[in-house]
Design a protein around this ligand. Structure first.
Ligand code: MG
Length: 390
């Protein structure tokens, strides 16, 4: 069996979902997905040139071949790894289909058939804690047993901390990592309202998006200890593992990070210094299924659970769920497309997420069939749809 063609389709969801198709001379093909980003589809085309004519079953070798071809050794991160991740996902789907077995079998088999999904809720409809609580109640009513909100969102007190706050542009406010006293109290009231709304047994995470300084976010994390959070995510900027570790060591609120690290090497220091209580690799971004399994096994030697970050279409989400099934230390995986009503219709059959879980079947590969009509109707203008003009 030889690889004959690799092509992409970019679907305009709430992110640009980069689907990757790998075809062979045996008539079997695989469908994967890479994390979004400018140039990722072009990098898929370039990275895959060196695997045309290769046997797709040698996934590990092909992954290393693409990494080395695109970087030489040791320097590769970012969009190129993301592109190669999408190819890697497609290769595993292809190989599993050729063997008539689910992807999970190829990673050691399943610890579980049901993969718990948490819903990313972002924020309330307005800045009142009650509006966060209302969204939490609706999310639980939709069947989810785990959810997450963002705490680094516009709030009534941010202007007391920074004088240049632009609510429309709050992601880009790197100049002041302080959390003001009233702002912290607002965050505590938001978490209190959410916890009160959902009760003690729903898993509740909170995300800080790398915004805060060490002492400020330690005070916040300590104030939140009473609410028994699942985690406080990305409390400090991601480049300094020692700063992350200092937060982790100074609160009983578990910390979580890892969505912007790449390849197994990118997680080494984080794991070996136990700088976070939970690790959140983005699987179609950080290197793919096998690389994520290696990170999970490394983390498990420190008893650290894995909770993948995920903003993918059903393809990347369910492919990732297969390797999550094979991780002994899997905790929960993200769903980030509640506001895309056609997310589930991109694939044929039942919605992949039902009652807050993905239930894996025995279908070969990831088990999904792309609904080409829905995918093509939402293809990003100016891109190609597996080779066809959009
Ligand atoms: Mg996050």
């Amino acid at each position: 069996m030889k690889i004959t063609r690799v092509s992409t389709a970019v679907i305009a969801g709430n992110f640009d979902w980069v689907l990757v198709r790998v075809e062979t001379d045996a008539g079997v093909s695989g469908l994967g997905e890479a994390y979004w980003g400018a140039g990722v589809a072009e990098l898929v085309a370039k990275s895959s040139e060196c695997i045309i004519g290769e046997d797709p079953r040698n996934v590990g070798k092909l992954y290393e071949k693409m990494i080395r071809r695109m970087s030489g050794a040791g320097s590769l991160a970012g969009a190129t790894v993301t592109a190669i991740s999408g190819i890697e996902l497609a290769l595993w789907d292809l190989v599993a289909r050729s063997l008539n077995t689910p992807i999970s079998t190829l990673f050691g088999g399943r610890f579980r058939d049901r993969i718990r999904i948490y819903a990313d809720c972002h924020a309330g409809a307005d800045q009142t804690p009650e509006s966060f609580a209302e969204k939490a109640r609706a999310t639980v009513a939709a069947g989810f047993t785990a959810l997450k909100f963002d705490l680094d969102v516009p709030n009534p007190y941010r202007h007391l901390v920074v004088d240049d706050t632009d609510p429309a542009n709050h992601w880009f406010e790197p100049y002041n990592r302080t959390i003001g006293a009233s702002e912290r109290q607002w965050m505590v009231e938001v978490v209190a309202a959410v916890r009160d709304a959902v009760g003690p047994d729903i898993l509740v995470g909170m995300d800080c998006h790398w915004k805060y300084a060490v002492p400020d976010v330690i005070k916040l994390a300590q104030a939140l200890e009473q609410f028994d959070l699942l985690w406080l995510e990305d409390p400090v900027p991601p480049e300094n593992i020692a700063a992350q570790a200092e937060v982790t060591r100074n609160t009983r609120t578990p910390t979580c990070t890892g969505e912007n690290l790449y390849r197994k090497h990118g997680y080494r220091e984080l794991i070996e210094t136990q700088a976070a209580r939970i690790i959140a690799p983005d699987i179609p971004k950080m290197g793919g299924l096998l690389e994520a399994k290696k990170v999970a096994d490394h983390a498990d030697t420190y008893y650290i659970p894995i909770a993948p970050h995920n903003v993918a279409s059903p393809v990347g989400t369910v492919a990732a769920a297969h390797v999550c099934a094979a991780m002994s230390n899997f905790l929960v995986m993200e769903f980030h497309a509640s506001d895309v009503p056609w997310w589930a219709t991109m694939v044929d059959g039942d919605p992949p997420i039902r009652d807050g879980f993905i239930t894996l079947t025995d279908a070969p590969g990831h088990g999904l069939t792309l609904n080409e009509d829905v995918a093509r109707a939402n293809a990003k203008p100016g891109t190609t749809f597996f080779g066809d003009a959009v």
